[in-house]
Design a protein around this ligand. Sequence first.
Ligand code: 5AD
Ligand code: SF4
Length: 460
Amino acid sequence: MSRTPLLLPTSLNAESHSTTKSGYHVYIETFGCQMNAYDTELIRSIMKARGFQFTQVDEEADVILFNTCAIRENAHNRLYGHLARYKARKKERGLVIGVLGCMAQNLKQELLDSRSWIDVLVGPDAYRRLPDLLTAALESQRKGLAVDLSEYETYAQIVPDRAGEVNGWIAVTRGCDNFCSFCVVPYTRGRERSRDPEGILEETQRLASQGVRQITLLGQNVNSYRSSGWDFARLLIEVADVPGIQRVRFTSPHPKDFPPALLEAVAQHPTICKHIHLPLQSANDRMLERMGRCYTRREYLTLVEAIRKEGPIVLTTDLICGFCGETDEEFQETYDLVKEMQYQAAFVFKYSERKHTIAARKYPDDISEQVKGYRTNEIIELQKDISLQKNQALIGSEVEVMIEGDSKKSDQQWMGHTESNVTVVWPKDDLTRVPGDFASISIQDATPSTLYGIVMSSEK
Ligand code: 5AD
Ligand code: SF4
């Protein structure tokens, strides 16, 4: 098979070819963050407009796609495991295999060379070219590579293909200019750009008219949104004011971009959830400096104080353990602050060196896997206890939950979230209720991640 990278002009986009009907069946698996899940919705939309059909059954597919994440090493390992599964099947019956998203961007030709059974690699700013590249691979066995990053691509006119749900995500920024030293995102997703506010409001209105009740605004550094003179606080309020939208969330904000107007919006607007995900990463100033986070421990704490003054706003966080040169004492500072902060939840990660990043170039990755693992577990266990205590304190009280769908375990149970984003599960008592309705749930049991209860009342 020839390995000619197929580089088509970027003007060949989904819209300009909307009449071509390919009829090929596509199976797509998505790894990583909510932004990737959102990108899969964009990819489905771009490909359906060109006649591709999606299937949930990989055996039926002509094309297997992986929308990938590159943020940590284990994301790579998971992908390689999945790819290996399809290698044999490709030999038997000529599947086309595509790797999309951050890993495609990050590894580019290297991935195509080392795993020669991959046909198409497409980075996060080049999804419009996917139908052409796949058609060339399917019909002419041509390899395709499209990994150009764009300063402008926001997929503004693409309507994401989303199953009728009550939850809707909207990417309001793409890319990131922060260059935290550990993070690969600025390299895989490129420069930060904001979508225009009109398009975002139109998308919100359309989602509301389709039955979406909760909107999550997405961005790698969502609160640095800026477009047509609008800042993030203004955008958030306008989205929250759209009739039919009952809850608005956003993720992830950076602690360095938190003006009082945004805080006020969260504290006061009735449909903006009283929950802020505020990544700390480390509580030690030397680590924060090395990480390039642009805030000190004191500045983070001052922000938390201001948040807490506004009222009962729930906080969650991200933490990295075992970053380059982290001493036991420096780790202990993070451990102690997590104890003091009493977050509702924390996502705790072992530092994983990523190619191209500032940390990979500047600092040795000198904390052993064993120590990284030990530190990560220590904080996970601490946070589990804190989350459990907080959830147990709710036993006997009533919480307001939006019904989102069946629980993972049973179609006889509903699942939803509290405003502070804790999962709640309860038996379906009244079959007239549907997802999107609110229910008042009396909490009877709790684990660190889930509340269990019975319904007191439901309101449409
Ligand atoms: N190693 C470990 N964790 C990382 N994160 C980002 N890059 C890395 C890395 N190289 C974590 C950060 C970030 C979250 C999305 O992922 O905590 O906030
Ligand atoms: Fe990565 Fe930092 Fe940008 Fe978040 S803000 S995506 S951690 S560089």
